[in-house]
Design a protein around this ligand. Structure first.
Ligand code: EPZ
Length: 417
């Protein structure tokens, strides 16, 4: 079992290129199933979740290979199965977005419920209800979902909450359906726009992504395409919190600042100087950190729930009190217990966490409880006095590409042991 050892107190300096977006590339890899041909995905980060998607594609009978350090080639012409084994479904949440794609391509799909970070209950009722409205017959037996839809038909689908995954699954199912589908109250995350771009590159007719109505005109056939994945806004946000926590000055390359507005605003309030120039961000923290009042997580364009934990790590040693409201997931404070071990002062009551900044955090033995919670512990450790030993790296490796190399290159004292 590997762990990070991190000795805090070293400011970060230098430049880092931000990886491609995990939450874009996973539905895009699922979407390749619809093409029935060769696709090449560039700026594809090297992550455990990407490996899981590649394994699913191969199990389905498709070709999927990493061509270079940043490109994955997929050929779904030979797809010969329509089921996904339970062990593969449990590896990540995004396994569920294969449902819309497989059902559309094969007319049937068999899979169990997906795994992924434990953030409290993560139902898929909206995914299933959308597919049922499009004509799918879905039953459950022995923990498996058995889905049949010889012909999916477009319709108006009102999501009761703007679920990212349900929006993606519906887009995938609708891309080759008969007629037009409108998703109302759709998720507006940048990753939805990236999926739209890829579907259109394959010959799809999708519009509206980024707004709360996505319109998909079904087409008879899609074909293979090449695509470059957007930058990972949460990896960028995490690096911003890292420099906020450790101090110093870093240049982030391959960033779309407009996707990071709320995080930039919060980090500026905490005392960071942030300058944007095209696709780069220069972030500096040379003054004392200040608390940021209130942080409320919301669906995009609100403050992203995925940045809540890393930002909390910064506020743990900022002067004053910060109040967090987690409004997207029910159980997204599992990192709090670990931050307490490092000397933080945090009280949690339901979906609210009150963080009273302490003058300094101390290195400790801690464990990543989920992907972003794990990143938060790294961010805290960069500023802590002494050494932190962080285990549970399997969570961090699901979403961050060689995080220790990125941070070491910026001057952090972090090693994988
Ligand atoms: C995506 O998860 C991301 N994952 C998450 O990133 C991210 O935190 C989340 O969107 C919100 O931005 C991927 O893209 C792979 P949702 P997803 O469906 O699609 C409820 C990370 O750290 N809901 O938008 O699972 C749900 O319980 C991760 O990178 C239903 O009630 O999120 C939650 O409260 C973790 N029924 C809310 O909607 C459903 O059928 C938002 O979930 C679906 C969702």
């Amino acid at each position: 079992m590997s762990a990070f050892t991190i000795t805090g107190g070293r400011p970060l300096r230098g430049a880092a290129r931000v990886q491609g977006a995990k939450n874009s590339v996973l539905p895009i890899l699922a979407a390749t199933v619809l093409s029935g041909g060769p696709c090449v995905i560039h700026n594809c980060p090297d992550l455990l979740d990407v490996d899981s998607s590649v394994r699913i594609l191969r199990y389905l009978g498709c070709g999927a290979e990493r061509e270079s350090s940043s490109s994955v080639a997929v050929d779904t012409a030979g797809m010969s199965r329509h089921d996904i084994p339970d062990s593969m479904m449990r590896e990540m949440r995004s396994s569920v977005v294969f449902l819309g794609a497989i059902l559309s391509r094969a007319g049937e799909a068999v899979m169990s419920y997906p795994g992924g970070c434990d953030l409290g209950p993560r139902p898929i009722d909206l995914h299933l209800s959308s597919l049922r409205q499009m004509g799918a017959d879905i039953s459950e037996a022995g923990g498996f979902l058995i889905c049949k839809a010889p012909r999916l038909t477009g319709c108006d689908i009102h999501l009761s909450t703007p679920s990212v995954g349900a929006t993606e699954n519906t887009m995938l199912a609708a891309a080759r359906a008969h007629g037009t589908t409108r998703i109302l109250n759709a998720a507006r995350e940048p990753e939805i726009k990236d999926l739209q771009t890829f579907l259109n590159a394959m010959g799809g007719r999708v519009s509206g992504a980024g707004s709360s109505t996505v319109v998909i005109e079904g087409v008879r056939q899609l074909s293979g395409a090449e695509h470059t994945v957007i930058p990972d806004r949460i990896a960028a946000a995490t690096l911003l919190t890292a420099v906020a926590s450790a101090g110093g000055e870093i240049l982030l390359e391959n960033v779309w600042p407009e996707d990071l507005e709320t995080v930039i605003a919060v980090m500026a309030e905490a005392g960071c100087g942030i300058r944007r120039d095209g696709t780069t961000l220069l972030a500096r923290r040379d003054k004392a950190l200040r608390a940021v009042g209130r942080v409320r997580t919301m669906p995009h364009p609100g403050f992203p729930t995925d940045a809540q934990a890393p930002v909390m790590a910064v506020t743990c040693h900022a002067e004053g009190t910060t109040v967090f409201s987690e409004n997207v997931f029910e159980g997204r404070y599992r990192h709090v217990g670990e931050l307490l071990r490092m000397g933080a002062d945090i009280q949690v009551e339901g979906h609210v966490a009150v963080v009273c900044g302490v003058p300094k955090l101390c290195g400790a033995q801690v464990r990543a409880t989920d992907l972003r919670g794990g990143a938060a512990l790294v961010v805290a450790a960069l500023a802590a006095e002494g050494e932190t030993e962080l285990s549970g790296l399997e969570h961090i490796d699901r979403g961050y590409e060689k995080l220790e190399d990125v941070l070491s290159a910026l001057g952090a004292d972090i090693k994988r042991v």
